[in-house]
Write a protein that binds this ligand. Structure first.
Ligand code: ADP
Length: 489
């Protein structure tokens, strides 16, 4: 019964029919006939008063015309107008108007006809325009819904009021639960939902909420998500605000992808690199020791070729050990196992030592500008590694004639160290990629340089851990300057 009443209400209420572009002819016809019959009935059998008939015959049909136009568009309004005007002529005929009365009756009817047609035209047109807009919007939404459902990633869209308006099946699968439409961002959390280091995320810090409220974009943030069954998956979340043409945020969308399999593969690879480099390190260390004693023994030997060969093998073995050490460092970095031993030391002295050591390996001039002593708190061994890496890159990526300039400057609470070369330089588009893991610039000329693209990645991680910054300024073919900062103790 309730359902039936609700259906009747929806059938009669023009507001609930907005966006419903099926316009009836019969309904406005019946309603108007019913209304004028009612008016006439009360005149004939209740009041018999021509004045009150005049008033009722204007206001009630006007209301019916408005209603019909708003419910059934221009056609509905015109049908109600036609029935009303016919009724007016019927009254003139029925009341036997003559002379002036007849003239003014016909004149008024003509004026009212124009007025009613105008009103029903405007209201009907408005109703039809609103319907068309609503239908267009619904069509666009349907299209979007279908596209979103087909996507291989999870999609979550929130409206301006912070409530979820769309979530696709992929997302349900990833989360192991359904995010209901109307779910309010910022209040509830998609619990149990944690950042990569296991801390729970406050609902107001969730990327989609931030995109909606502050316009902040998130690009590929990684989260650990614990499903209700206890399994943990790795999710990568991006979110961005959706703005209208005036720049106002009207919604926000989030793309979520499940990177659990990729993470597992990465872990397997890291484990393998870790194991392989450990296995390689032991025989390499022994080889270096044997070679060193062989080198000592060969001194004084007349066979110069033998001595040179031993030296070369020794150098190559050292290079190999450095590579294995880098591999070990990378795998330790990825598993968070790289340990730091902090101590106070004079960075200017360390730079001096590194420069002297590397100067012996190259005919290129390494110039260290004079600087005041500066004490920093850090892991001396690791900072040494960064300096070694930057200066040997400067040597590696420049021609033998060019000079390499090292400069140390104290600026407020930090020291800034720069390593400048006049070598091959780096393209603008590569500048922010060279600090990525295993990234090497693939340029035809540069293919001849040995290396695995680990040095800058390790250096960046080390400097980050020391709360410093590392960056590069470079121009292709003109040279590069690498900078890094360290807080003064
Ligand atoms: P590798 O030198 O082993 O390739 P790095 O991580 O040290 O790895 O460097 C990454 C990339 O950055 C290099 O492959 C090179 O293309 C570029 N690069 C590093 N230092 C310089 C430099 N001083 N001049 C030009 N290019 C450089």
């Amino acid at each position: 019964m309730k359902k039936f009443l609700r259906r009747i209400y929806r059938y009669l209420n023009p507001i609930s029919r907005l966006g419903y572009a099926k316009y009836s002819i019969i309904f406005p016809l019946l309603v108007s006939i019913f209304a004028v019959s009612g008016i006439h009935f009360q005149f004939l059998y209740i009041t018999r008063d021509a004045d009150s008939l005049g008033l009722l015959a204007i206001f009630i049909p006007l209301a019916i015309i408005l209603y019909s136009a708003f419910r059934d568009g221009i056609r509905g309004g015109f049908i109600a107008t036609t029935v009303t005007i016919c009724y007016y002529f019927y009254i003139i005929y029925e009341l036997n108007y003559t002379g002036e009365e007849l003239k003014s009756g016909i004149e008024s009817t003509i004026i009212l006809t124009f007025l009613y047609l105008l009103i029903s035209g405007i209201i009907g047109w408005l109703k039809q325009t609103i319907d068309a807009l609503i239908i267009k919007e619904a069509d666009a939404r349907k299209r979007l819904e279908i596209i979103v459902e087909q996507l291989p990633v999870g999609v979550l869209i929130a409206g301006e009021n912070g409530k979820i308006t769309m979530a696709n099946k992929q997302l349900d699968k990833m989360l192991g639960r359904r995010i209901p439409l109307g779910f309010e961002l910022g209040k509830e959390a998609f619990n149990p939902n944690t950042t990569q280091d296991g801390k729970p995320i406050h609902p107001t810090k969730a990327p989609l909420y931030l995109a909606l409220k502050t316009g902040k974009k998130t690009d590929g943030l990684e989260y650990e998500y614990k499903k209700n069954d206890g399994r943990v998956s790795n999710l990568k979340v991006s979110a961005s605000p959706i703005k209208n043409k005036y720049g106002k945020i009207i919604a926000a969308a989030s793309i979520i992808s499940d990177i659990t399999a990729q993470k597992e593969a990465e872990k397997r690879k890291d484990d393998f690199i870790n194991m392989a480099s450990h296995e390689l390190k032991t025989p390499l260390t022994s080889m270096i020791l044997y070679l060193s004693s062989l080198n000592k023994r060969s001194r004084g030997n007349a066979d110069k070729t033998l001595i040179n060969t031993i030296k070369r093998v020794q150098n190559q073995t050292e290079n190999l050990k450095e590579l294995v050490d880098d591999l070990l460092d990378v795998s330790r970095l990825n598993t968070g196992k790289l340990r730091y031993n902090y101590e106070k030391f004079e960075i200017n002295k360390l730079i001096n030592e590194v420069v002297n050591a590397l100067q012996e390996t190259t005919p290129q001039k390494i110039i260290l500008t004079k600087s005041k002593p500066a004490e920093v708190l850090g892991d001396k061994f690791r900072i040494n590694q960064v300096l070694m890496n930057l200066i040997s890159n400067a040597i590696k990526y420049s021609s033998q004639e060019g000079e390499i300039k090292i400069h140390l400057r104290i600026n407020k609470n930090e020291v800034i160290i720069s390593v400048k070369d006049s070598g091959i330089g780096i393209k603008k588009s590569e500048l922010n990629k060279i600090f990525d893991r295993l990234y090497q610039v693939t340029d035809d000329q540069e293919k001849t340089f040995p290396g695995l693209g680990m040095g800058l990645y390790i250096s960046k991680e080390i400097i980050d851990k020391h709360n410093g910054k590392i960056w590069v300024e470079s121009e292709k073919s003109k040279g590069s300057t690498f900078f890094f900062t360290l807080p003064v103790k």
